[in-house]
Design a protein around this ligand. Structure first.
Ligand SMILES: Cc1cc2nc3c(=O)[nH]c(=O)nc-3n(C[C@H](O)[C@H](O)[C@H](O)COP(=O)(O)OP(=O)(O)OC[C@H]3O[C@@H](n4cnc5c(N)ncnc54)[C@H](O)[C@@H]3O)c2cc1C
Length: 461
C-alpha cells in the first residue's frame, strides 16, 4: 500500500510553489503533490502581474522549476477549481488541500461615474499588457491626453510607468505585442498618480519610485511643486519612520527639485487627494477630487480627512488601483470584507460553524492574508501553513490515505473531458515562447489565448 500523503495544491503562483517546496523539504514525511491551475501556464502573478520591464524579478521561477522537478510533483494546468473540480472531489482523492488561488478581483472606488467607459481597474490593464488570457480582448483608449491612476502602491506605479515609457523602453521586454502596438500609438501626455494619504504614508517601495527618475521621455514631478510634510509626519520621519519610508522621502525630494525638461510626457505625484466623482457624456471626461489633510487619531495614527478644497481635471482614462480582492470559492467560507478565506495560521475555519477548524483544508498566499507583501512574503506565509497542516495531522492522529477513497485524479479529469496539461507540456510552451522571443531579442513572446496554447502543446508533444 502507498503510504504517501497526497496533497492537492490549487493555484500555481508563488504561494502554491512555496507550500509545495516546504512539503518536499520534510525528511520524515513521504509527500506527493498534485498542483492545479485554471491556466495552462504556471506561476500566477509572476507571469500575469509582475511588470514586463521587471524581468529580474521573474527569475524567481527558477526556484519553482526546481520544485517541479521533484518526482513526487505533478502539474495539472487548465483545470479550474469550481468548474472542472470541486471541493468534494478533492476530499475524496487527497489527504488534504491547500488553496492558493490568489486575489483576482479588485476593490471598487465606490464613487459616481466609476463604470463609465474609460474607467478601468489596474487588474484589467495589468492583465492586458501581460497577456493574461482573461484580459486579452480588453480595449483601452490611449488616444486621450490625461490618465489618472488612483492609488499609490507598487501596482499603481507599474501602471503609470508602463504608460510613461516609450515603445523603445518596452520593446526588449515580454509585454504582449498588441499592448506594445497600442502603446506605440498612445497620445497620453499627462499621467497622475493620486494617493489619499501623504508622502510619508505612500505604500510604494523605493526601488519602484526611483525608476521614475530615469524615464527616457517622461518628466516626473510632485503636483504643487515642493514636498511638504505636516508637523506630525515630519516628527515621524525624524523618529520612527522605516528605512524604506526615509528612502521614499529622499527620492520624492529629488523629484520635487526636478524641472520640466520638455519631455513628451509628464508624471505627477498627487498626494493627499481622493476622487469624488468621474463624469462625462457616456465616457470619462472629468475627474473631481478633494484635497485631504492628515488627522491624528486616538491611537496616534494619521488618517486622511477631506477638506473643503476641491480639484477638477480633464481626464480621458482612469485606472483604479486601490487593492486586489479575493473571490469566494465553492464550499469554502469567505470573508467579504477582507476578500480572504477565514483561517487560523493557514488552517481553514468556518465562522458560520462556531469557527470550527477544517483538518483537511488549508490556505496560503493572498487568499489567506490578503493582497500584500512581495513575492518572498508568500514563502513565510506558505511555510506557516504547511507546518500547521503537518501538526494537525499529528495532533488528530490522521494517517496517510485514510480519507482517500477514490483512485488517481486523472481518471476523474478524463471522465469530465478536462483537457489538462502537465509541467512537461508547459515546458514545451515555455520553449516555444522563449524561442520566438529570442529571434526579436526579447525574453519571450507570450501566447495569450488558451486555445492557441493547447494547440502548440499538442503540436509539440
Ligand atoms: C500587478 C502586480 C505586480 C506585482 N509586482 C511584483 C513585483 O514586482 N515584485 C514582487 O515581489 N511582487 C509583486 N507582486 C506581488 C506578487 O505577485 C504576489 O505577492 C504573489 O503573486 C501572490 O501569490 P499567490 O500565489 O497568493 O497568488 P497568485 O500569484 O495570484 O497565484 C494564484 C494562482 O491561482 C490560480 N487560480 C486562481 N483561481 C483558480 C481556480 N479557481 N482554480 C485553479 N487555479 C486558480 C491562478 O491562475 C494563479 O496561477 C505584484 C502583484 C501584482 C498584482
Amino acid at each position: 500500500m502507498d503510504t504517501s500523503w497526497e496533497i492537492a495544491v490549487i493555484g500555481s503562483g508563488p504561494a502554491g510553489f512555496y507550500a509545495t517546496g516546504e512539503l518536499f523539504r520534510q525528511q520524515s514525511w513521504e509527500i506527493k503533490v498534485d498542483m492545479f491551475d485554471r491556466l495552462p501556464t504556471p506561476f500566477g502573478l509572476v507571469r500575469g502581474g509582475v511588470a514586463p520591464d521587471h524581468q529580474k524579478i521573474k527569475s524567481v521561477t527558477k526556484i519553482y522549476n526546481r520544485i517541479a522537478e521533484n518526482p513526487n510533483f505533478r502539474f495539472f494546468g487548465n483545470v479550474e477549481f469550481g468548474s472542472d473540480l470541486y471541493q468534494p472531489d478533492l476530499l475524496k482523492h487527497y489527504d488534504a488541500v491547500i488553496y492558493s488561488v490568489g486575489s483576482s478581483s479588485d476593490r471598487a472606488l465606490g464613487i459616481p461615474g466609476e463604470d463609465l467607459e474609460g474607467s478601468h481597474s489596474a487588474t484589467e490593464f495589468v492583465g492586458w499588457y501581460n497577456g493574461h488570457p482573461d484580459f486579452r480582448e480588453y480595449k483601452f483608449d490611449l488616444s486621450v491626453k490625461n490618465a489618472f491612476v488612483i492609488g499609490m502602491g507598487n501596482v499603481a506605479l507599474d501602471v503609470a510607468r508602463i504608460l510613461a515609457k516609450t515603445p523603445e523602453e518596452l520593446a526588449a521586454t515580454d509585454i504582449t505585442d498588441y499592448a506594445l502596438e497600442a502603446l506605440r500609438k498612445s497620445q497620453i501626455e499627462n499621467i497622475w498618480l493620486v494617493g489619499r494619504r501623504g508622502p510619508l504614508q505612500a505604500a510604494f517601495t523605493p526601488v519602484e519610485v526611483r525608476e521614475f527618475l530615469e524615464l527616457d521621455d517622461a518628466d516626473v514631478m510632485l503636483e504643487g511643486g515642493s514636498l511638504e510634510l505636516d508637523e506630525e509626519s515630519q516628527k515621524i520621519l525624524e523618529t520612527e519612520a522605516s528605512k524604506d519610508t526615509k528612502k521614499n522621502i529622499e527620492i520624492l525630494t529629488q523629484i520635487s527639485l526636478r524641472k520640466l525638461s520638455g519631455k513628451k510626457k509628464r508624471v505627477y505625484f498627487l498626494f493627499l487627494a481622493s476622487p469624488l466623482e468621474i463624469s462625462g457624456d457616456g465616457k470619462v471626461e472629468k475627474i473631481s477630487m478633494v484635497r485631504n489633510q492628515l488627522v491624528k487619531q486616538d491611537d496616534g495614527s494619521l488618517r486622511p480627512q477631506a477638506t473643503e478644497n476641491k480639484i477638477e481635471e480633464d481626464a480621458g482614462l482612469i485606472f483604479r488601483s486601490i487593492g486586489y480582492l479575493g473571490n469566494p470559492l465553492a464550499d469554502l467560507p469567505f470573508d467579504q470584507k477582507s476578500g480572504t478565506i477565514p483561517n487560523e495560521s493557514g488552517q481553514v475555519k468556518d465562522p458560520e460553524n462556531g469557527n470550527s477548524l477544517r483538518n483537511r483544508e488549508y490556505v496560503a498566499g493572498w487568499i489567506k492574508r490578503g493582497p500584500s507583501g512581495v513575492i518572498g512574503t508568500n514563502k513565510q506565509d506558505a511555510v506557516e501553513t504547511v507546518h500547521r497542516m503537518l501538526e494537525t495531522f499529528l495532533a488528530e492522529k490522521m494517517e496517510a490515505g485514510q480519507n482517500v477513497v477514490l483512485p488517481d485524479i486523472v481518471s476523474l479529469l478524463e471522465s469530465r473531458k478536462v483537457d489538462h496539461v502537465s509541467f512537461a507540456d508547459w515546458k514545451l510552451l515555455d520553449a516555444h515562447e522563449t524561442e520566438a522571443g529570442e529571434a526579436q531579442g526579447r525574453p519571450r513572446l507570450k501566447l495569450t489565448s488558451i486555445t492557441e496554447m493547447l494547440e502548440i502543446i499538442r503540436q509539440k508533444r
